[in-house]
Design a protein around this ligand. Structure first.
Ligand code: NAD
Ligand code: UDP
Ligand code: UDP
Length: 328
């Protein structure tokens, strides 16, 4: 495809982690909004298959790069999403996970500082750890084990938040921090070990549904289209609004509920089996999204049933060996 000239109004946007689950949706939505998009990814957990449909787009560019190394490009906005996100993935190489969060944040903040660009950090509800306050508001400081198997992710993300706020105070950077709660939808990795991907793949392949612990622990699941909408709204907020802001669905469900719903929606007869609860697994998690409602004019719109059907269709295509199968 011949490259069309860049529209004068086009914002130049860098998306680190743009070949991942959330990042690939964000890249597509930014292109639809008229931006010029540079996807920066080292394919640690992401995949070319997820951005293949964007590769021919005149305003899309892909750079294979590890954010723990400096990056010198030109842009107006940066979405910093690079980081493995599922416990199975981020615990594979915990030192690299911390480096990605911390060195990655420093490099992307340095880039934003040089360019006076806006920068958004994909932080996480994991900064609240196993919360003692419920639901979680942004002013809750969290209950995090600094030395456990989840710490590389939780503390790496907490340190990244610190860096974002210090670059704001010290260098007057225009930063935005999104605390994303559990997100699901098409482009999830079938082998990432997360509850939604595990249950759907198990149900579709007739394997037992693995409930960890008693299945009474809760999470709140937000469809990826809603999450991406919130991230773009947050980037567009006034300069003096940095967050952090919770982005998630305040409808809380137990893992047993999710298992039953997946069985119903797939028509599967897979049995439920109970396995040990992983160490430091939070008992409950639910966002208070008052701030997102007020500052972003945002709230989730996709009901869990609708979103799960959409996700089941994605995994169906993966298992059938379509182009999506390269995600497996
Ligand atoms: P993902 O693993 O699908 O995507 C992460 C992407 O970052 C991948 O494409 C991976 O290859 C890339 N990456 C990893 N390390 C890198 C490095 N050093 N340099 C360059 N690229 C690198 O995960 P996701 O679910 O899309 O998560 C995206 C972001 O959102 C992450 O920062 C994650 O912490 C955050 N988040 C996600 C959720 C969720 O439920 N999915 C919840 C809270 C926060
Ligand atoms: N950096 C980068 N791209 C840039 C500018 C900086 O990757 O366009 C990196 C640089 O390698 C540095 C980090 O960002 O290590 C932090 O930059 P900053 O200017 O804050 O710190 P300094 O360079 O003064 O250490
Ligand atoms: N979980 C489960 N069975 C699985 C995978 C996960 O019961 O096959 C549980 C897990 O112990 C946790 C919840 O589901 O309590 C959400 O796990 P996930 O890894 O998706 O997200 P996170 O723990 O990071 O919120």
């Amino acid at each position: 495809m011949t490259a069309a000239p860049r529209p004068l109004h086009a914002k130049r946007v860098v998306v680190t982690g743009g070949a991942g689950f959330i990042g690939s949706h964000l890249c597509r939505r930014l292109l639809e909004a008229g931006a010029e998009v540079l996807c920066v990814d080292n394919f640690y957990t992401g995949s070319r298959a997820l951005i293949a449909p964007l590769l021919g787009h005149a305003r899309f560019e892909l750079l294979r790069h590890d954010v723990t190394f400096p990056l010198y490009v030109e842009c107006d906005e940066i979405y910093n999403l690079a980081c493995p996100a599922s416990p199975v993935h981020y615990q594979l190489d915990p030192v690299q996970t911390t480096k990605t969060s911390v060195h990655g944040a420093i490099n992307m903040l340095g880039l934003a500082k040089r360019l006076k660009a806006r920068i958004l950090q994909a932080s996480t509800s994991e900064v609240y750890g196993d919360p003692l306050v419920h639901p979680q508001k942004e002013d809750y400081w969290g209950h995090v084990n600094p030395i456990g198997p989840r710490s590389c992710y939780d503390e790496g993300k907490r340190c990244a938040e610190t860096l974002f706020m210090d670059y704001r105070r010290q260098h007057q950077l225009r930063v935005k921090v999104a605390r994303i709660f559990n997100t699901y939808g098409p482009h999830m990795h079938p082998g990432d070990g997360r509850v939604v991907s595990n249950f759907i793949v198990q149900a579709l392949t007739g394997q037992p549904i693995t409930l960890y612990g008693d299945g009474q622990q809760t999470r709140s699941f937000c469809h990826v289209s809603d999450t991406v909408d919130a991230l773009m709204r947050l980037m567009d907020t006034r300069d003096d609004f940095a967050g952090p802001v919770n982005i998630g669905n305040p409808v809380e469900r137990s893992m047993l509920d999710i298992a039953r719903l997946v069985l119903e929606l797939t028509g599967s007869r897979s049995p439920l089996v109970f396995e040990p609860l992983p160490q430091d697994d939070p008992r409950q998690r639910c966002p208070d999204i008052t701030l997102a409602r007020e500052e972003l004019g945002w709230q989730p719109t996709v009901a869990l049933r609708t979103g799960l059907l959409d996700t089941i269709a994605w995994f169906d295509r993966c298992l059938a060996g379509g182009p999506e199968a390269r995600r497996m």
